[in-house]
Design a protein around this ligand. Sequence first.
Ligand SMILES: Cc1ncc(COP(=O)(O)O)c(C=O)c1O
Length: 392
Amino acid sequence: MTYRINGSIGRVVAPPIAEAREWVRGRRFPEDMPLIDLAQAVPGYPPPAELTRRLAELVDDPETHRYTDIEGLPPLRMALARHMSDVYRTDIAADRVCITAGCNQAFCLAVMALAGYGDEVLLPLPYYFNHQMWLQSLGIAPIYLPFDAERGGTPDAAAANSRVTERTRAIVLVSPNNPTGAVYPPSALKAFYDLAKARGIALIVDETYKDFLPTEDRAHALFDDPNWGETFVQLYSFSKVYCLTGYRVGSIVAGRRLLDQVAKAMDCVAICAPRIGQEAALYGLCHLQEFRAKNAMLMRERVAGLKDALRQRNTGYELVSIGAYFAYLRHPFDGEPAHAVARRLADAQNILCLPGSMFGPQQEPFLRFAFANAAADRFPDLVDRLAASARA
Ligand SMILES: Cc1ncc(COP(=O)(O)O)c(C=O)c1O
């Protein structure tokens, strides 16, 4: 006799990035055709030396060894509240901020506080796979909103309205989007907000890529409603903006009613976010505005560079949407599963990207390219190899 696995998590797919890494593990790549790794959304550059120096100093400080408050270091909560208040031209109090071990944990905790087994959460296609995986793990049914390539990947609030039921607890959006790169217009976010408010459900917006928007304009005006905390749940990550993916630090900005429940879950799963990561995020918020702006510009240049490279070369691949860290392309192999296409690109062209099928149903025609990982001077080679794959 042996133990049984919880069927809810047992039915969840294996971690997708880990699977893609296996495709190239142990392989050697020739100098004239190195691996172009566009699988995982990680900055291809390191954090600045002034940040790592600061962290080295902190390691010797006895305070660094201790837990923090469950909801995070007070100066960090204050700094993030100030940052979000500046960005969104509003006034967010520090007690509306909970620091988490990355934005993935932020999502997990927020969802745990909002929904349970048998409930439903609306999730536009294509989804960020960890969102879908977590919902399924908890026995929460993800209810998909259709993907409309013609709308540039922005989901339609009207389509969401007809899918809200007694069991719906939340709508989840990601903007700028993973995997499509689409930046949802403020009007679309407002339409979802109005719908969520009218139907008495939460609107969760994952803003992991907010620092890589195409312009300096604020992404939305959802904090303008004095009662935003009764509807809006904002998730954020320090991973990409300050190159802290391994430090695990993110946040939830929400109403106190939700954060009181989030604190219970956080206390159980981690007690607090890693302190060294919190210190890194605080340093970033207080000292790295220039670094942030410089890399936002770098990513905008990559968006433009990849668009150009694809325009100049007839690859057979069609750019469906692009922005922030990602490009979503339609591959030219009609009817062939995206997984097989991605595998072949890895095997024959030394390009590692993710198949659309990792991001939900009806995504077989697509591939995701996470270009933050690759400098723009690799793009001509990338499109040459894509073109060669289409000819083969
Ligand atoms: C949409 C989205 N949310 C969350 C995360 C995870 O962020 P973190 O490293 O802060 O957990 C990612 C990372 O790829 C992401 O793309």
